[in-house]
Write a protein that binds this ligand. Structure first.
Ligand code: SF4
Length: 379
């Protein structure tokens, strides 16, 4: 008889499973709390479940997290785990502590087929989608291990925010993603508010519409360019729908979203997408059309990218153009640099089943021009 991993279920899924065992529905809520709120994996420790149910669970089910290959802790407190997902693949998960929150950056795929040029994961190619249990195991492991390590009391949380910004394009793994999001939001699970769970997408228009219907959490879009010519090169997925359709999807998403803006991520690449002209084009693109916040991300270089990080002066000059136009703009602090945990650096181990890596290596990015140091006004 095959053993079912209970991390694969949201509460509805667990309820169906418990009913298959001939048990009452409310047992699923008890079980869900034991697993996700208390971090229990030993059925014998679940003291308010009837012994007969515990016996059935021991026979038919398990709470199986992911084997940890390594854990690194940065000097700034950032923690990065490398998890084994089998067949030579490994994924990375990063915890970023701040004074008022703890953010977990979660992976959705082993590798990624989108192949964004500035992304280390993208250069590795793609192996497979993670299942719901593998997505949730990252949160389960991080939350309960950190709670113990930090000595948190009952009811205190280590992870207060989740961003689906690790390895993979989450909306290409929609069927596994949505139950995982539901478990994160569930008051009997992690109880995170929709504002504190963010799905970041490279721009899958049809799937943004589905997410709006099924589970509208906060939305971040990896934009990185204000026109199709440049974005087609940096984010190849753009060739399918284009920026106009993407912005329309963002506008449709907002009425259902927990925040009244979309976050646009913009990785700053020297001489590629960081000129003041492109900043002004970005203003023309979004202003008055999509309520948004722009998050400028210093590029984190990695071998083979052929790209260079924009200087702080250029980032500030780009930000100044947006701020003068009244667009809320932030510059992301880089965290976990010393353990390769910063944005775009997650690499894991991927047995590539695509040709993404070869395509990127054989078609270097078009550098418009490397810029001389800027003389522009600072933000
Ligand atoms: S930025 Fe995201 S969508 Fe693009 S290659 Fe990296 S993981 Fe994939």
């Amino acid at each position: 008889m095959s053993v079912v991993n209970l991390l694969d279920f949201d509460r509805d899924g667990l309820t169906a499973f418990v009913e298959q065992l001939g048990e009452k529905r409310f047992r699923a809520t008890q079980l869900f709390r034991w697993i996700h709120q208390k971090g229990a994996s030993d059925f014998d420790a679940m003291s308010d479940l009837a012994k007969s149910l515990r016996d059935k669970l021991r026979e038919r089910a398990a709470v199986q997290s992911l084997p940890v290959i390594s854990e690194h802790v940065s000097t700034d407190g950032t923690v990065k785990w490398l998890f084994d997902v089998g067949a030579g693949n490994a994924i990375e998960t990063v915890f970023i502590p701040e004074s008022d929150r703890g953010t977990l950056c979660v992976s959705s795929q082993a590798g990624c087929a989108v192949g964004c040029r500035f992304c280390s994961t993208g250069h590795q190619g793609f192996s497979r989608n993670l299942c719901t249990g593998e997505i949730l195991a990252q949160l389960w492991h991080a939350e309960h291990q950190l709670r113990r390590r930090l000595g948190l009391k009952e009811g205190e949380r280590a992870v207060t925010n989740v961003v689906m910004m690790g390895m993979g394009e989450p909306l290409q793994n929609y069927a596994a993603l949505v139950p995982a999001l539901r478990a994160m939001l569930d008051d009997h699970g992690y109880g995170l508010s929709r504002r504190r769970v963010t799905v970041s997408t490279s721009g899958m228009v049809a799937m943004i519409d589905r997410l709006r219907e099924d589970c509208p959490v906060a939305l971040a879009v990896s934009l990185h360019a204000p026109n199709d010519a440049l974005r087609n090169d940096l984010v190849p997925l753009n060739r399918k729908d284009g920026i106009e359709a993407l912005l329309d999807a963002c506008v449709r998403y907002l009425p259902a979203a927990p925040r009244d803006f979309v976050t646009f991520e913009y990785c700053m690449l020297d001489g590629v997408n960081d000129t003041p002209e492109l900043a002004r084009e970005l203003v023309r693109l979004v202003k008055g059309r999509v309520p948004c916040k722009v998050n400028l991300i210093p590029f984190n270089p990695f071998p083979q990218s052929g790209l260079v990080r924009s200087s702080p002066e250029r980032v500030q000059a780009f930000a100044a153009v947006l701020l003068r136009a009244g667009i809320v703009t932030t510059v992301r602090k880089t965290r976990g640099d010393d353990i390769d945990a910063a944005c775009g650096q997650l690499a894991g181990e991927v047995q590539d089943r695509t040709r993404v890596h070869q395509r990127l290596v054989h078609a270097p990015v078009k550098v418009v021009r490397r810029m001389a140091p800027m003389q522009e006004t600072k933000a």
